[in-house]
Design a binder for this molecule. Structure first.
Ligand code: MG
Length: 301
């Protein structure tokens, strides 16, 4: 608290004091100053750089003032020790040991059939590998809006060309595919290259490493929304390949479909994350997912 002076010596107040008594003026000025200082301190407890401000305009479209001290603070999580490692709120889907979080799946046209049988791929040396011809795999847990990290490596043999080399695919909700392909110095159609929303949107650039090297995908996926049978929000993909953005919140036109135009079909709000068997022994490691929420503790809209 500030101390209040017992006398006032400013020239203007001193002129006024000459027409009253010095004692009355001193008491009155002290009261006014005490009230002013008290009110200022009370207000400043909220309106400081440390606490935030409530004497500011509202952030448009929100109930919060600019720099509002009452706005919910984001949850504290622990990031991975190294880039690409799972943060504390991630669901680890493969940690190098087993495929217990996965089961067999059959991908169809704008649909999938998940089986209760174990994922038929092989695990060794901290990665798992597609067993060609055994069928796809999908997570037993289902997800909607997510951030996904996955690392993959195409066979170093570089056998085959175009789509017939190091081909697999990352399926969100069992339906929406981001292409996995060894198109490093291997020309093929653009909307089928690594990082493409398959059959729709090529990646913005091709940042692939050579076959045999580990490639990292970081994907942000927003699930589509329906009201009844009406699509009110398409699925959105943001994708980084080896740290380079290749899809920038791009709307998907619908589930992956080969040699045909995509269309949306209403489906459940959550689905599995799937990986495709395209007859090539592609390897995978370090896979984790985070469910995505919205701002201020609310669900993503
Ligand atoms: Mg594929």
């Amino acid at each position: 608290m500030c101390s209040v002076p017992s006398t006032v010596t400013s020239p203007s107040l001193y002129t006024h004091a000459m027409r009253t008594t010095h004692v009355v003026l001193s008491i009155g000025a002290a009261a006014v100053l005490a009230f002013t200082v008290g009110a200022t301190v009370a207000r400043s407890q909220q309106n400081t750089p440390e606490a935030g401000y409530t004497d500011t305009p509202l952030v448009p479209g929100t109930p919060y003032h600019v720099h509002d001290p009452g706005r919910p603070r984001p949850a504290v999580i622990t990031p991975g020790a190294e880039p690409g490692q799972p943060p504390s709120d991630a669901v680890v889907l493969f940690d190098g040991k087993d495929l217990s979080k996965w089961s067999a799946v059959t991908f169809g046209t704008a649909e999938y059939t998940q089986h209760d049988t174990p994922a038929p791929w092989k695990v060794e040396n901290g990665y798992f590998e597609v067993v060609p011809g055994s069928g796809g795999i999908a997570t037993r847990e289902k997800f909607g809006d997510v951030q996904v990290h996955i690392e993959w490596a195409a066979p170093a043999s570089r056998r085959g060309n175009s789509q017939n080399r190091g081909n697999s695919g990352l399926f969100l909700m069992g339906l929406y595919e981001i292409q996995i392909l060894d198109n490093y110095e291997n020309p093929t159609y653009a909307d089928g290259t690594a990082g493409a929303i398959y059959g729709q949107w090529p990646p913005l650039v091709n940042p692939l490493r050579p076959a045999g090297a580990w490639q990292a995908y970081d994907v942000v996926f927003e699930a589509p929304r329906w009201e009844g049978a009406t699509l009110v929000k398409p699925a959105y993909f943001t994708v980084f390949v080896n740290g380079v953005v290749v899809q920038n919140r791009k709307a998907s036109m619908g589930p992956m479909i080969w040699r045909n135009a995509p269309t949306y079909v209403p489906h459940a709000p959550e689905g599995p994350i799937g990986l495709q068997d395209h007859d090539h022994p592609v390897r995978f490691r370090n896979i984790w997912v985070r469910r995505l929420g919205g701002y201020d503790g609310k669900p993503l809209e």
